[in-house]
Design a binder for this molecule. Structure first.
Ligand SMILES: [Mn+2]
Length: 323
């Protein structure tokens, strides 16, 4: 495997975080969030949220430079503001849909200023809770049209769509890797692709490495968000802390498909120290990579292609010194 793992993190996790019941940590300023990110080992970039962290684009750029970081991706948030509480791109009101599309377009422009030329967007407000709550035909059509209009804004920027099964809506309109691929096909533009969030894939429930393969073969694998969970909800835990073997397999497929973009931590520090958690994320990437590097790949792929999973496990356990 290449030694050039490009490790990034979502900047907002360096700030105050919360769940439905508690708030953790003080309300860090943007300057403080950057200073904290700069203390994480091997961190090369941060994913920055538009509009919340781009109140002053020049200032955000200056903070990146000051801390020797780059922007991996602009994360366009079309879910948090009250206006989007019943949806954004699928909202019945054209004014709300246009606001979401404008956010995507502005995010694309900012991504060029940041030098990354990529936005990622997880449309968590576009979905439903109840039967008879939305017109699925209209909603799907609006979703495709909205993505197409935004993506046509400029072909030099990638628009990467992050799928998720639920939360904040009980059901989200683009809930799986295959659904996201269908969006890409229906939009029909080369600059539209998919952000695979490993946690979202795990609890979809998908086999994340199969999803990686599917996205890769369709030329739509644009970005990785990494985390872990108990396959029941989006707990945003440290990758490999729960599903270790899935994680090793994912790293194998990152290598196999030749992905050379950013690997972005989408881990919620929660009750733990955010910098220690991010360092642990980095370690988990390196541990899986180091284990893979030790294993003879010819033998590993021979085992896989012979459908001999037990032989593959034996290769790993031998390298771990357990046999
Ligand atoms: Mn994510």
């Amino acid at each position: 495997m290449s030694n050039n793992i490009k490790f990034a993190a979502i900047l907002s996790f360096m700030g105050q975080t919360r769940d439905r019941f508690q708030v953790w940590g003080p309300a860090y300023t943007l300057e403080e969030k950057f200073a904290r990110a700069a203390r994480v080992e091997n961190l090369g970039a941060v994913e920055i949220v538009y509009p919340q962290e781009f109140g002053d684009v020049a200032k955000t750029k200056r903070l990146l430079d000051e801390h020797n970081l780059v922007c991996s991706t602009v994360n366009v948030n079309i879910k948090t503001e009250p206006v989007f509480h019943m949806g954004s791109l699928t909202h019945p009101d054209a004014n709300v849909r246009n606001k979401a599309i404008d956010y995507l377009k502005t995010g694309m422009d900012i991504s060029v200023e940041m030098g990354c030329n990529m936005i990622t967007c997880c449309p968590l407000g576009d979905g439903h809770e109840y039967s008879f709550q939305i017109d699925y035909v209209e909603a799907w059509g609006r979703f495709i049209e909205g993505i197409r209009e935004a993506a046509k804004h400029r072909s030099d920027v990638k628009l990467s769509l992050e799928y998720k099964a639920n939360e904040t809506r009980a059901r989200i309109i683009m809930g799986s890797a295959t659904s996201a691929l269908h969006v890409c096909d229906q939009v029909g533009l080369d600059n539209v692709g998919v952000t695979i969030d490993i946690g979202h894939a795990l609890y979809a429930p998908e086999t994340p490495s199969l999803s990686i393969a599917q996205l890769h073969l369709a030329n739509r694998l644009f970005l990785f968000h990494i985390n872990d969970n108990y396959r029941n909800w989006d707990w945003d835990l440290i990758p490999g802390s729960v599903n270790w073997w899935d994680w090793v397999e994912n790293m194998l497929y990152i290598e196999k498909v030749g992905y050379d973009g950013w690997i972005v931590s989408d881990v919620m520090p929660g009750r733990l120290d955010a910098i220690k958690v991010l360092n642990a994320v980095n370690k988990s990437i390196l541990r899986a990579k180091n284990l893979l590097d030790k294993v003879d790949h010819d033998r590993l792929w021979t085992a896989i292609r012979s459908n001999d999973a037990l032989a593959a496990y034996d290769l790993f356990y031998r390298e771990l010194g357990l046999d």
